[in-house]
Design a protein around this ligand. Structure first.
Ligand SMILES: [Zn+2]
Length: 319
């Protein structure tokens, strides 16, 4: 664990980047509209196979401590493979009224074994940078601006790990944006479960949240500030006011959603890692639509049939 005061909070830069791209990137607004139209129209049974997404982790570091270990990287991959398969830590804490909503996204992640040119790789790149702290401005995604260039985004999930400023834990690019900036960026202090991962964001759930965005999920409160009119375009998540932070106590009621209240234990809220434990059925359907549409290249090789998660598979609750 890192020493010193924690200057990060649970906040994600995905929506500001989304609005920025709507303003400046030709074709992005049209691409997003098309993707949402497809997603709204999606009415198919759940995908039965498991999709395995090859991941390249780009470690971009300024201080030695930010050059995170392979152990820390693998701890993050392990969390992804638990949480996207409905066997992550803390699932037993889901309140009974919400238990029927819990769903297996049937997505797994593996460090890439083959690089863009067919060469063997560890799936990890390491770059020393002169940039002390990055912002949610995509500079970390380009070698020319002190970061590391993306690998082809139709074949790899690019995951940059770096120091982020402004209290930022991470941000993602929704499907439909430019390949050169496609992927997710994670603050090293909210990455994995060991090394520089720092409580209360040392459960690996920042990357789960950001990859949720990468698979087209929205924030569960609907990104309308504290209001009740915003929508996450998922029918089985309760309408809720603003984001929840820390460790809310069930039920936390907002927007007339009594008696059960907010689904604050969902990965797409802002609750602490120990509390963020589930995707819903509706969210997995939205991810299915994404993996059949804009991220369809990851379905190119047939996956293994999905085996239902058994209670015995549930990992122990994180400390
Ligand atoms: Zn977010």
């Amino acid at each position: 664990m890192s020493e010193g005061p924690l200057e990060i909070t649970r906040w994600c830069g995905t929506m500001p980047m989304h609005h920025h791209l709507l303003d400046v990137q030709p074709g992005y607004a049209e691409a997003r509209t098309g993707i949402e139209d497809e997603s709204f129209a999606w009415r198919r049974p759940r995908r039965e196979t498991v999709v395995t997404v090859p991941v390249v982790v780009h470690v971009v570091w300024h201080e030695e401590s930010e050059n995170v270990t392979e152990e820390q990287i693998r701890s993050q991959i392990d969390v992804l493979n638990a949480d996207f398969r409905m066997r992550g830590a803390g699932l037993d804490t889901v309140p009974a009224p919400f238990a029927p909503l819990v769903a297996d996204a049937r997505v797994e992640f593996a460090l890439a074994g083959t690089g863009p040119a067919g060469e063997p790789t560890t799936g990890i790149t390491r770059t020393r940078t002169e940039t002390a702290v990055f912002d949610a401005d995509d500079t970390v995604k380009h070698t020319a601006s002190g970061g590391t260039d993306a690998w082809p985004a139709d074949r790899y999930l690019n995951l940059w790990v770096c120091p982020l400023g402004g209290g930022l834990l991470g941000y993602a690019q929704f499907p439909g944006g430019a390949p050169a900036t496609d992927g997710v960026v994670i603050n090293h202090r909210g990455f994995g479960t060991v090394g520089t991962a720092t409580a209360p964001f040392d459960g690996g759930r920042t990357a789960v949240h950001e990859i949720g965005h990468w698979l087209n999920l929205r924030h569960i409160w609907g990104d309308d500030g504290e209001g009740c009119s915003g929508d996450d375009f998922v029918s089985d998540t309760p309408n809720q006011g603003g984001p929840n932070r820390g460790r809310p106590v069930f039920p936390h009621v907002s927007c007339d959603n009594a008696p059960d209240g907010d689904l604050f234990m969902n990965f797409m809220d802002y609750s602490d890692d120990a509390v963020s434990v589930m995707f819903t059925q509706g969210q997995t359907e939205r991810m299915d639509a994404c993996l059949a549409g804009p991220r369809g290249s990851f379905l190119a090789s047939p996956g293994e049939p999905a085996e239902p998660a058994e209670p015995d598979d549930l990992a122990p609750t994180a400390a």
